[in-house]
Design a protein around this ligand. Structure first.
Ligand code: GLA
Length: 402
């Protein structure tokens, strides 16, 4: 072989080895964080601005005693309103409801759980507490010293800075979006610089299509919509509007249709079951938002159903796509790593519906073994058109296998 060519081959194989090494380093950095959608609990949906250190510890205790931790719910995320004042050096301190953040982090870690916290790129959080604007690196360092493992970074008052930018550039809305992306990147870099793996969760209600740039600012998940609330209408509106976002979810990066409301009392058990079904099919983060000290047996059965959790956490990391929609009925499917397909049947009707699915359209032209996941029952081998009987505001979750 010509010497120059040999040299070129050596360089090519060296550089591909170097590339493989680099790739494996970057994968190693990601593995502990987000190979599957994060699971845990967040204080906001139940405690809102009243949350205390004692509430968080009690929730952590419940996560252990109910089996939630062992089912995968490991993040314990303190949402807005933990913040106190900054000292003369600009270091952020917690307020009187959170006497010692480092001690809280230590407590959570001693239980085999992870510690999440909340801030904003703006001057103020949505609750009017201190945001991180101008203190990004300092705050990231403080979080790392407290043992924080997760940051939810909520746009809130940064929207004012974007509005000013929009006013200054009325012909170019991208300028305001860029300002937001830069602010999110700044915190992403600050977190990375701490050297501690801190899961980075963007919360800006889907503004500026974060699914397209979230990974580039170091985020592992991003909100796709405005806030959820504890009603079937709001939950279904959010969950069923995610059909186009499937290409953006995968190991290391997840769409976030907001936290769970299961157990907060505003929906019927079958509606909460639909909520959990939809979130699992969407490969959404599963962040419970209820009072864990007062869970009914039905709430536990929904949050702790291992088969449903396994669908959410499937290592292929695919988000469901909508197979079809007809009036108030829709059918969604999520391919699983073992070749099976999880299928959800939904109706927003006040009446029950018989929803047909053509198994051939799901890749089962020669029939499929059908399992009803919530009932925990094998329905046998079916071919052609399968008709699922779905109760009003209800759901059916199937797994089809060869
Ligand atoms: C926003 C977020 C919520 C919650 C509150 C806290 O509304 O979307 O999830 O964090 O702020 O103030």
């Amino acid at each position: 072989m010509h010497t120059a060519m040999r040299l070129r081959n050596v360089i090519v194989s060296l550089s591909s080895a170097a590339a493989a090494l680099l790739l494996s380093f970057s994968l190693v950095a990601q593995i502990p964080l987000a190979q599957t959608p994060p699971m845990g609990w967040n204080s906001w949906n139940h405690f809102a601005d009243k949350v205390t250190d004692a509430d968080v510890r009690a929730s952590a205790d419940q996560m252990v005693s109910t089996g939630m931790r062992d089912a995968g719910y490991v993040y314990v995320n303190v949402d807005d309103t933990w913040q106190g004042e900054r000292d003369s050096s600009g270091v952020i301190h917690s307020n009187g409801r959170f006497p010692n953040m480092k001690a809280l982090g230590d407590y959570l870690h001693s239980k085999g759980l992870k510690f999440g916290i909340y801030s904003s790129p703006g001057m103020k959080t949505c609750g009017g507490y201190a945001g991180s604007f101008g203190h990004e690196a300092q705050d990231a360092k403080t979080y790392a010293e407290w043992g924080v493992d997760f940051l939810k970074y909520d746009l809130c008052s940064f929207a004012d800075q974007m509005a000013a930018e929009r006013k200054a550039h009325p012909d170019d809305p991208q300028v305001a979006t860029q300002l937001m992306i830069t602010a999110y990147r700044k915190m992403g870099e600050a977190l990375r610089s701490t050297g501690r793996p801190i899961f980075y969760s963007l919360c800006q209600y889907g503004l500026g299509e974060p699914w397209k740039w979230g990974p580039s600012v170091g985020a592992q998940m991003w909100r796709t919509t405005d806030d959820i609330n504890d009603t079937w209408a709001r939950m279904a509106l959010i969950g069923l509007s995610q059909a186009d976002l499937a290409p953006y979810a995968g190991p290391g990066h997840w769409n976030d249709p907001d936290m769970l409301e299961v157990g907060n009392g505003g929906m019927k058990p079958e509606e909460y079951q639909g909520h959990m079904t939809l979130w699992a099919l969407l490969a959404a983060p599963l962040l419970a938002g209820n009072d864990l000290t007062k869970m009914s047996e039905s709430d536990k059965a929904i949050l702790l159903n291992r088969e449903v959790i396994a669908i959410d956490q499937d290592k292929l990391g695919k988000q469901a796509t909508r197979l079809y929609q007809q009036g108030d009925m829709s059918v969604w499917s999520k391919p699983l790593s073992n070749g099976s397909v999880a299928v959800g049947l939904f109706t927003s009707s006040w009446q029950s519906r018989d929803i047909p699915i053509d198994l051939a359209l799901l890749g089962f032209a020669h029939g499929a073994q059908v399992r009803d996941v919530w009932k925990g029952q094998e329905l046998g081998t079916k071919a052609g058109n399968f008709v699922g009987h779905v109760p009003s505001h209800g759901t059916m979750l199937l797994v089809l296998s060869r």
